[in-house]
Each structure stands twice: as structure tokens, then as C-alpha cells.
Design a protein around this ligand. Structure first.
Ligand SMILES: [Zn+2]
Length: 229
């Protein structure tokens, strides 16, 4: 009898805890709450954005609600194991890019949140200027990881990854991963903050500390991995 009372009390405790988290915690801290790109980044932002990969219509509605402009990509033959199926062309996020950004919807959503909540505040704080352009090496690329013949397919092969090399600021100056990473300067602090902030939003963040292949860019993706280095 006693064990049933204890079990009942424990279940009531769990239910109470669940209700308290659900109703009292800010929604960006609660993994199962609906996704909104307008909220500040919280403990559950990464998990909420990750769910968008299974909810294509919901993901598009979240982009539209946030004012992100995009166009659906025409299906095209992308070759073995590569796909732009369900990808979009990101036409206007928070910041212009130096090249077309063909991307999965969850990556576009994560980019928007990162630009708004991490990139721009960090630029203002460390550099005193807005970022006027993000310089990217690209998103979609039909290749295996590190271009090795037997390696797994890269997240770039499905437009689920982006390589970011640097930034042009409103005063015309530039910050690049290649030159400014780990520099003891406002530019170095800016890069460190936006990389670490990216890891709260993207599934995977790889930079120059990860390996030599990333010496001149940050790789962010929304695949199944979970790395930040
Ligand atoms: Zn990459």
C-alpha cells in the first residue's frame, strides 16, 4: 500500500512540475512550446528550431510571421545523394548576404534568429557598427565531407549548412574569420561571441579551432550532429 502512495505522490509531483514549467517558464525555455522566431534565445531555442525540420509548413509560417522573405526553389536534378528538395531561396533575412542563400527552411529560421539576437547586438557592442553584409562561401554543395570519397555526405549536400567567412560593417570595414579569429581585438571578441552564440541556435558549429579545414570560416548546420568547437 505504502509503495502505491509513494508512487502516486511522485506522479503528482511530476505532473505539478510539468504544469509549472509549461505555464510559468518563458516559452523560449520550454522545448515543447510552439516555435516563434520573434522570441529571444532561450534554453530550448535549439530544440524548438530542430523540430522545424519535421514541420515544413509550420517552418514557413514561422519565417513569414517574422517578416523573412523567401521563394520556393524549383526542383532540379542535383545528382547522387544530393537534394534541394523542400529548400528555399532566402531573399531577405535581417542582413543582406554577398551571395544567394539556397537553404533548408530550418537553417533559414536559425540564421534569422542568430542574426537578430546574436550577430547584430555583438557588432554594436564590440565594433560600434551594424553588420551590413554577411560574406558566405555558400550553402548548397553536392559533396561528401572534406571532399573525401568514402566520407559521409556533407550537410551542404542538402543545403542544410552554411559557411560564413566574414562580415562587412556599415562603415565599410571588414571582419574575417581568417584574419581576426583569436585576435586580441574587438574584432576577435566579436567573432568569439557570435560563434559561441551560434551554438545556442544551430545544431553544429565548427570554426578554426576544430580543424585546419575551417581556418577561414564558421560552418553552421541543422543536421543530426551536436558539436560546437
Ligand atoms: Zn561547411
Amino acid at each position: 500500500m505504502q509503495i502505491w502512495i509513494r508512487r502516486g505522490a511522485f506522479i503528482l509531483f511530476l505532473a505539478g512540475l510539468f504544469a509549472a514549467v509549461h505555464f510559468l517558464a518563458p516559452p523560449q525555455h520550454v522545448p515543447w512550446r510552439p516555435v516563434s522566431l520573434e522570441r529571444p534565445i532561450g534554453w530550448a531555442t535549439g530544440a524548438q528550431l530542430d523540430r522545424l525540420s519535421r514541420m515544413p509548413d509550420y517552418c514557413r509560417a514561422a519565417l513569414t510571421e517574422a517578416g523573412v522573405k523567401y521563394a520556393e526553389l524549383e526542383a532540379e536534378d542535383t545528382g547522387e545523394a544530393c537534394s534541394l528538395h523542400g529548400a528555399i531561396n532566402l531573399e531577405q533575412s535581417v542582413t543582406p548576404y554577398n551571395a544567394a542563400v539556397r537553404t533548408t527552411c530550418p537553417l533559414a529560421a536559425a540564421l534569422y534568429v542568430w542574426e537578430r539576437d546574436v550577430l547584430h547586438p555583438a557588432a554594436e557592442r564590440h565594433l560600434g557598427h551594424q553588420v551590413s553584409r554577411i560574406e558566405t562561401y555558400g550553402t548548397f554543395s553536392c559533396r561528401r565531407m572534406y571532399n573525401r570519397a568514402n566520407a559521409p555526405w556533407s550537410e551542404h549536400a542538402t543545403a542544410n549548412a552554411i559557411d560564413i567567412a566574414g562580415f562587412t560593417l556599415a562603415d565599410g570595414s571588414r571582419v574575417t574569420v581568417k584574419q581576426d579569429w583569436r585576435a586580441e581585438s574587438p574584432e576577435g571578441e566579436f567573432l568569439e561571441e557570435i560563434f559561441e552564440g551560434g551554438c545556442d541556435v544551430f545544431r553544429v558549429g565548427l570554426g578554426p579551432d576544430y580543424n585546419a579545414a575551417h581556418a577561414d570560416h564558421f560552418h553552421f548546420d541543422m543536421g543530426g550532429g551536436f558539436t560546437c568547437r
